[in-house]
Design a protein around this ligand. Structure first.
Ligand SMILES: Cc1cc2nc3c(=O)[nH]c(=O)nc-3n(C[C@H](O)[C@H](O)[C@H](O)COP(=O)(O)O)c2cc1C
Length: 324
C-alpha cells in the first residue's frame, strides 16, 4: 500500500480523508471511513458540542482505527473553549478551517496533536506554514461547502501551493475516484479529501432526496453563492439557490434554512444543500468502503498505466529534467 508523509502522520493505510461536514460527519459516516483504512473526521461546525462529545465516544466503540476532529473556526459556538474540548476528546489529528491558522495551532501542537489547516489560496498556505501547522488541506473552489469568495480551481491552486510549500498536502475539491486521486498526486499532493462523494455515500446520514439530487446533478448543477461577501458557498442548484446566486443585496447565510428540514427532512427547497461540481460525476450511492478501496486501487492502476504508456523503456516521450 502507498506510504507517504500523510499516511505516516495520520497513521492510516490509505491517504484519503473524509471531509468534515456539519451534522453529517458524525460516527456512522466517520467510523465507516476509518474502518476502511482512511481518515474519518468528526465535525464541530454544527456547534452541538454535547452531541459531538457523544459521537466521539461512539467512535471509540465503532472503530479501533485513527480518526480526527475538525474545528471550523467561523462556526465554533465557543471560540475560547473549543481547543480544550478537542484536546479532552483524546484525538490525535485535527483539521482547522474557516479562520486564521495562528489562532489554535500552537495550543493544539503543544498538546501533541497533528494539525492540518485548510487553505483556499497561496497566501493562506504561506500563513499556515508560518503558523507552524504540520500540513495543509488545499481546497479548490469547485468543492462543496464554505469557500473563499474568490474561488480558485484545484487544477491551478494545488500545483501553485505544492511548488511553494514543503509540507504534506491533502487536496480537496473535485475528488472522487482513483483517476482524480492520481492527478492530485501528480500535482504534488499526498492525499485527497472527499466531501460531496461522502454526502452521497450509503453511510451518510442525510435524507435520500439529497443523495438523489447529487446523483441527478450534472456538472453544471451547482451554484456559487456570496461572491460579494463572506463566506462564499458552493451548493447544489435548486430554484432556491438559483434565486440567491445573483442576489448581491443579501448574505445567502440568511437563507441557509433549518438544517433539520433540509439535511434530514429532505426538503431541499427549504434551504441550502452544500455540494461540489463533482456531483456531476456521481451516479450512485455507494458504501464508504467501496468508495475508498476502489479509489485507492484505481489510483494505483492509473499511475501504473501512465508509467507503462509514457515512461517505458524506448518511449519517445521527451525527457525534461525538473528545474526545482
Ligand atoms: C455538506 C458539506 C458541508 C461541509 N462542511 C464543512 C465543515 O464543517 N468544515 C470544513 O472544513 N469543510 C466543510 N466542507 C468542505 C469539505 O470539507 C471539503 O473540503 C469539500 O467538500 C471538498 O470538495 P468536494 O465536495 O468536491 O469533495 C463541507 C462540504 C460539504 C459538501
Amino acid at each position: 500500500m502507498l506510504t507517504n508523509r500523510v499516511t505516516q502522520l495520520l497513521g492510516v493505510e490509505i491517504p484519503i480523508v473524509q471531509a468534515p461536514m456539519g451534522w453529517i460527519a458524525r460516527s456512522a459516516l466517520a467510523s465507516a471511513v476509518s474502518n476502511a483504512g482512511a481518515m474519518g473526521i468528526i465535525e464541530t461546525s454544527s456547534g452541538e458540542l454535547d452531541i459531538v462529545r457523544d459521537e466521539i465516544a461512539k467512535m471509540k466503540d465503532l472503530t479501533d482505527r485513527p480518526f480526527g476532529v475538525n474545528i471550523a473556526q467561523a462556526f465554533v459556538s465557543d471560540p475560547t473553549a473549543i481547543v480544550d474540548f478537542v484536546i479532552a476528546q483524546g484525538v490525535r489529528f485535527v483539521t482547522t478551517s474557516a479562520g486564521s491558522p495562528t489562532r489554535y495551532t500552537s495550543q493544539l501542537k503543544d498538546a501533541g496533536l497533528t494539525v492540518f489547516h485548510v487553505v483556499p489560496t497561496l497566501r493562506a498556505a504561506e500563513k499556515a506554514v508560518a503558523a507552524g501547522v504540520d500540513g495543509l488541506i488545499v481546497e479548490g473552489g469547485e468543492g462543496g461547502g464554505f469557500k473563499n469568495p474568490r474561488p480558485v480551481s484545484t487544477m491551478v491552486l494545488l500545483p501553485l501551493v505544492t511548488k511553494a510549500v514543503d509540507l504534506p498536502v491533502i487536496a480537496a475539491g473535485g475528488f472522487l475516484d482513483g483517476r482524480t486521486m492520481a492527478a492530485a498526486l501528480a500535482l504534488g499532493a499526498e492525499g485527497v479529501q472527499l466531501g460531496t462523494a461522502m454526502v452521497s455515500s450509503v453511510e451518510s446520514p442525510v435524507h435520500a432526496n439529497w443523495k438523489q439530487a447529487i446523483i441527478d446533478a450534472a456538472e453544471t448543477d451547482t451554484v456559487f453563492l456570496n461572491s460579494h461577501t463572506s463566506p462564499g458557498l458552493r451548493a447544489l442548484r435548486t430554484p432556491h439557490t438559483e434565486r440567491l446566486e445573483f442576489d448581491h443585496e443579501q448574505n445567502a447565510m440568511a437563507s441557509f434554512g433549518i438544517v433539520r428540514d433540509v439535511y434530514f427532512g429532505g426538503d431541499l427547497s427549504a434551504g441550502i444543500a452544500l455540494g461540489g461540481q463533482v456531483a456531476g460525476r456521481i451516479d450512485a450511492s455507494r458504501p464508504v468502503a467501496e468508495i475508498i478501496t476502489t479509489c485507492a486501487a484505481e489510483c494505483g492502476s492509473t499511475l501504473r498505466g501512465l508509467a507503462d504508456r509514457y515512461v517505458r523503456p524506448g518511449s519517445s516521450f521527451p525527457r525534461v529534467e525538473p528545474t526545482d
